[in-house]
Design a protein around this ligand. Structure first.
Ligand code: UDP
Ligand code: MG
Length: 332
């Protein structure tokens, strides 16, 4: 088997503080892997600039001029981590045999990429990086994440626990993944649906190199909510179930009231009336809200809007120039 061409895709949003170090470490890793003949010497690192407002793109562009392993992809505006990642994966897949995705802050141990590649060579199409410990994350982030995986498992969404978007995928697995055209992207939920031989590699998660988490609580909640409502109708079922319960409850309460009335114990009904109005009203509002959430999803999906727009693609441009040079040289 010829050595595979690997591309490492790194989405970056305002990552000027970490870029240099990340690029340095990944380059060293790539060189090591090339020296050991694990990957082809055409392997690359593709930095995707997700509409950063700082100097990130400038740094990427400069680096790509100086470092033959580094390529850049600039998106026209900020589209969020998942969309930026799929943009990078789509461009990288055109040129590669396998692609690794990793966050720019290097919280994930880059040394396991070697194991990823070995597993790929063994014949695995998807290799998940799974965090062994999350000690460097805050207690809050750890416990909410754990709760999230448990809850997702309960309502029947298959996720690999403690796996973020650090994984290797083969070209054919990625090509299958791209057939999922949904706008509400939740890659961690989609990748397991693709199939193919799959394995996991464990590692320790580290502190962010520098800069701040781009996932504040608000984004985390909306990410979790998207994950749930994109993959499951369990919440709608739950509302139906609540409605059913409340009907039974009100029947019992009604029966009780009639009996009390017959027995002559008529009680002033104001409090119970108020309570039940609030109760039923609450359930109705919640139900409408959740149904609305799904209708909102349908609304977004039917529009079939593009997930991202590419402003500059240094990967494909440079490759075409190289190809052109080769042709010209051959003719001369
Ligand atoms: N990111 C992105 N677009 C965004 C937000 C984040 O491309 O709108 C990138 C970010 O640069 C990083 C990765 O997604 O490489 C994960 O973000 P972060 O490390 O802030 O998340 P956390 O590890 O705290 O969950
Ligand atoms: Mg991070």
């Amino acid at each position: 088997m010829k050595t595979p061409l690997l591309t490492i895709v790194v989405p970056c949003y305002n990552e000027q503080e970490v870029f240099e170090e990340t690029s340095k470490q990944l380059t060293l890793l790539l060189e090591d892997l090339i020296d050991d003949s694990l990957i082809s010497d055409d392997s690359k690192i593709l930095f995707v600039d997700d509409g950063s407002k700082d100097e990130t793109w400038k740094l990427i562009e400069n680096e790509s001029n100086e470092n033959c392993y580094v390529k850049g992809l600039k998106l026209a505006k900020n589209v969020g981590h998942q969309n930026a990642l799929i943009a990078g994966l789509e461009v990288a897949t055109k040129h590669s045999d396998c692609v690794v995705s990793i966050d720019a802050d290097l919280q994930d141990d880059i040394n396991v990429i070697r194991t990823f590649v070995e597993k790929y060579i063994e014949g695995f199409d998807i290799v998940y990086g799974v965090r062994d410990s999350r000690e460097t994350d805050t207690f809050f982030k750890r416990s909410t994440a754990l709760g999230f995986y448990r809850f997702m498992g309960k309502i029947g969404i298959n996720l690999v626990p403690n796996h973020a978007d650090f994984r290797l995928m083969s070209k054919r697995a990625l090509e299958e993944l791209f057939k999922y055209k949904e706008t509400n992207l939740f890659l961690r939920g989609l990748v397991p649906l693709v199939g193919f031989p799959t394995t996991k590699v464990y590692y320790d998660r580290k502190e962010r190199l520098a800069g701040e988490s781009k996932y504040p609580l608000k984004k985390m909640i909306s990410f979790a909510f998207d994950g749930i409502t994109s993959f499951s109708i369990a919440p709608i079922r739950f509302v139906t179930f609540l409605g059913f319960l409340s009907i039974i409850f009100s029947l019992i309460a009604g029966g009780y009231a009639i009996v009390q009335h017959i027995l002559g114990n008529t009680i002033v009904g104001w409090p119970s009336l108020m309570v039940s109005i609030w109760f039923v009203g609450g359930i109705q509002l919640m139900g409408i809200g959740i149904i609305g959430e799904y209708i909102g999803k349908i609304y977004h999906e039917v529009k079939k809007r593009p997930r991202y727009a590419i402003e500059t693609d240094l990967y494909s441009i440079n490759n075409s120039i190289e190809l052109l040079n080769e042709v010209v040289h051959k003719k001369v």
